[in-house]
Design a protein around this ligand. Structure first.
Ligand code: EPU
Length: 435
């Protein structure tokens, strides 16, 4: 990990030319697969997970699970087998859990299975405060006691979790997944109100239901789970196949809108990113939706139109694609406003784009104003978080001259060997180490 963090991407920019062409495949979704690993804790037997992306966040969750006694084996390329029969520890290692926010989704399944869990405040991308109050409140509602001891949350539910009605005051993705999984092994009925709608949630529910869970309403704002009263699930004869990563597809779509001559993004589900395709079409991008693919074609004399963007829970415009979108808006004609409504620290990449030549004014911690088009110049950049890191890669490709993106580890957390796939469509990008 330390060596990896010293790797960089060296990009020779296209200086605004639209020349990329070819096909670029989308991998399995990070934010789906991570939750499937957590779900393995609910099972009494082997759970096989397929189409798992080869990314750092997956390696980290495997480390955490192995540390608590879950046997995790990579049995083939992109395929893992997990078995939680010997889950012994209920204390999440502080250093490991702080590496990624998704460590929080292990807590519900562990508490449901073992009646106890302790964990530190989770880490992950620094994009805001990222509180866990909704998790702690939900655990209490399900009959658990919550204490804070030596910087860790210690949660116990002697005799198991009880079904409860949990209303989320903010729609939370990992919160919805966590309590959906906890509810599966709880005693009685759990009702989650104001649940998040992200497609990864329904995908997880379908898999759990195929293995005997009783979850109704996933994909709507009210989810009802009839718990087994502690009896673990069985995955015999069933396996989980990770759905395509909609955020990765959207990132490639934005790159294609900026620098594509004819780019086809394959192995994706275009129904999962309609908010982006609608906006891109309104901006003047030519998009063809195909089955499991989307194609972007450059038009002659096409000038992108400015657009106001407001991030929103699914199916609205995703916060995870806000930074790449800002790069696109620097090339659109006129004034665009970006309003980040979900996280308060997700605009901290803006100064770097300004250094590249973008005209962006920060209005407050949630809003920026972009005037375009402005040509960007290649620079040395430091990837601040996963999604902003990919935004810098896109900016480097569009810019004139050479860019060096430091801290590629942050990009590897969510995008599998992205440079290899980008090369295939004509991007001049190399992974270099510092020495
Ligand atoms: N919130 C609370 N209290 C809580 C939990 C959340 O107030 O206990 C608030 C947050 O502060 C935020 C809002 O609820 O304002 C929504 O946050 P959410 O809980 O939905 O975010 P998350 O579950 O931590 C997941 C993804 C993020 C993605 C967000 C929003 C995973 C592992 N992470 O985070 O993905 O940005 O949903 O869609 O699924 C990424 O992949 O780069 C990433 C950051």
């Amino acid at each position: 990990m330390e060596n990896k963090s010293q790797e960089k991407f060296l990009i020779k920019g296209l200086g605004g030319k639209k020349v990329l062409r070819g096909e670029i495949p989308v991998n399995g979704a990070k934010n789906a697969a991570l939750k499937a690993f957590a779900a393995s804790i609910l099972f009494k037997d082997d759970v096989v997970l397929k189409n798992v992306p080869d990314i750092e966040d997956i390696f980290r969750v495997v480390d955490i699970l192995s540390d608590v006694g879950v046997r995790v084996e990579k049995i083939r390329n992109k395929t893992f087998k997990c078995n939680a029969q010997n889950l012994s520890k209920t204390d999440l290692d502080e250093r490991m859990a702080k590496c990624l926010r998704a460590s929080i989704v292990l807590t519900g399944p562990m508490l449901a299975r073992k009646g106890k869990v302790s964990f530190p405040h989770p880490g992950g991308c620094v994009i805001g405060a990222r509180p866990v109050d909704l998790f702690l409140d939900g655990f209490r509602k399900m009959g658990a006691s919550v204490e804070e001891k030596k910087g860790k949350y210690v949660v116990s539910a002697k005799g198991g979790l009880r079904g409860a009605t949990i209303f989320f005051k903010n729609q939370t993705v990992t919160g919805t997944e966590n309590f959906m999984m906890a509810g599966v092994l709880a005693k009685g009925k759990t009702i989650i109100k104001n649940a998040a709608l992200e497609p990864e949630i329904e995908h997880l529910a379908k898999f759990l239901n195929s293995c005997g869970a009783e979850i109704a309403g996933a994909g709507t704002h009210t989810i009802e789970i009839s718990g087994t009263g502690g009896k673990p699930l069985s995955a015999r004869g069933k396996f989980y196949t990770t759905m395509p990563d909609r955020i990765e597809a959207e990132s490639f779509l934005i790159l294609a809108a900026l620098a594509g001559k004819d780019v086809k993004i394959t192995q994706c589900n275009p129904e999962h990113f309609e908010s982006l395709t609608e906006i891109l079409r309104d901006m003047g991008v030519t998009i063809k939706i195909e089955k499991n693919a989307v194609r972007v074609l450059a038009c002659k004399n096409s000038t992108l139109k400015a657009m106001d963007i407001k991030t929103h829970e699914y199916p609205g415009f995703p916060t995870d694609i806000q930074a790449p979108m800002t790069v696109l808006l620097t090339q659109a004609k006129g004034e665009s406003m970006v309003f980040e409504t979900i996280f308060e620290g997700r605009l901290n990449y803006v100064e770097e784009l300004v250094r590249m030549g973008a005209d962006i004014k920060t209005m407050d911690t949630h809003r920026i104003m972009i005037k375009g088009p402005k040509s960007l110049k290649g620079k040395k950049l430091e990837s601040p978080d996963l999604r902003a890191g990919l935004a810098f890669v896109i900016a480097g490709i569009v810019a004139k001259g050479q860019s060096l993106i430091h801290n590629v580890y942050n990009i590897d957390r969510g995008y599998e060997k992205v440079e290899e796939r980008l090369k295939e469509i004509g991007v001049d990008i190399e992974r270099v180490s510092s020495n």
